[in-house]
Write a protein of this length. Structure first.
Ligand SMILES: [Zn+2]
Ligand SMILES: [Zn+2]
Length: 369
């Protein structure tokens, strides 16, 4: 049986995505067909659309998909047609890092998430004339009404969360929250600064509240983000446009610096601000993906006093364990995803991309009827 999906196809780097029909062939035994209800737009989609990640074209991007299982392959156990699911990044589940619960560092991460094909080189989509349209972007390519994923990365959602808004749990929100709850693990009563108040930063703030940090400082030049960050639990917001030396300000405000910093921008200037905001010892996690090489210079004296700069991808979390935990926090009102989300119909994806690029929305989610 062939199925036809409506998908937003990238044909040329820097050009707008075009919605067209694509054909989804027969499922493999380990594959799962998901009817997408919502998909978040992540900055990595924008980076890839601009040519910063080498996925072959034409391709379907989108990697924060959620929806309902429409069909399962013959070897899939544990998921059934009708289940509400969120789709995480793909990982092999068998390499050394996957086996020790760290699939974000899967040794096959790049081919599984960026190659545009299944591991055997075939494509999960083709156009009407049989030419391949690349998919498998983060194991999903969910700017499409139908998505082929596998039991490696499709995760059942608990009852009580709105499935159409759940997709961003799978990347941006897991990245920010996982960095706090899985990597930094702040002790109750500790202090943290979050640089960049996009979806990743807002998730880090919500997670810092869950971890019972006493001092949570949010830094972003966009004043529209400040009120929302305060509502989510920051104790102070700062704008780099009105504070000359963010590091010095944070050190003074906290009596010597924060215990932890989350840096979601990825620029050298912001990484250096984050490092200079730390107390001794303290840990800064950098998360912002710039695409391509991104050399930075750090003063060694920052490190000699026991300060650490680390990098984290995908929150260093296993989607099968962490996404249900985040969904449970959401259901209990402690991780209010809906407060940072703006929805757009899938047909209005150009408007959504414009709003994301202009910083008018924190997390845009495209919804399907
Ligand atoms: Zn692996
Ligand atoms: Zn992402």
């Amino acid at each position: 049986m062939t199925r036809v999906a409506r998908a937003a196809v990238l044909r040329e780097h820097g050009a707008p995505l075009r919605i067209q029909s694509v054909v989804v062939p027969e499922l493999r035994p380990d594959e799962i067909l998901v009817r997408i209800r919502g998909v978040g737009i992540c900055h990595t989609d924008l980076t890839a659309a601009a040519g910063g990640v080498p996925i072959p074209l034409p391709a379907v991007l989108g990697h924060e998909g959620s929806g309902v299982v429409a069909e399962v392959g013959s070897s899939v156990v544990g998921l059934r047609v009708g289940d509400s699911v969120v789709i995480g990044f793909d990982s092999c589940r068998t390499c050394r890092n996957c086996r020790r619960g760290r699939p974000a560092y899967c040794t096959r991460f790049a081919p599984l998430n960026y190659s545009g094909t299944r591991p055997d080189g075939t494509s999960v989509f083709h156009d009407g004339s049989g030419k391949p349209v690349h998919g498998n972007w983060f194991g999903q390519s969910s700017f499409s009404s139908l998505v082929v994923a596998t039991d490696r990365n499709v995760v059942r959602l608990p009852e009580g969360v709105p499935v159409e808004l759940a997709g961003p749990l799978g990347c941006g929100l897991a990245t920010g929250a996982g960095t706090v709850l899985r990597v930094l693990r702040p002790e109750p009563g500790s202090s943290i600064a979050v640089f960049g108040l996009g979806a990743v930063g807002m998730a880090a703030i919500m997670a810092s509240r869950i971890a019972r940090c006493d001092t949570i400082i949010g830094i972003d030049p966009n004043p529209r983000r400040h009120a929302l960050a305060l509502e989510l639990g920051v104790t102070e917001v700062l704008s780099p446009d009105s504070v000359d030396d963010i590091g010095r300000h944070v050190r003074r405000a906290t009596g010597g610096g924060v215990d932890y910093a989350v840096e979601s921008v990825g620029s050298e200037a912001v990484i250096r601000q984050a490092m200079s905001s730390l107390t001794s010892p303290g840990v800064c996690a950098t998360l912002g993906l710039r695409g391509g090489r991104n050399p930075i210079t750090i003063d060694q004296t920052h490190l000699l006093s026991g300060r650490t700069l680390t990098g984290v991808i995908e929150g260093d979390a296993d989607p099968h364990i962490f996404l249900p935990e985040l969904a449970a926090f959401w259901r209990d009102g402690r991780f209010p995803v809906e407060k940072i989300t703006s929805t757009f119909p899938f047909d209005k994806l150009d408007d959504a991309f414009t709003a994301v690029t202009a910083g008018e929305v924190v997390k845009a989610v495209l919804t399907f009827d």
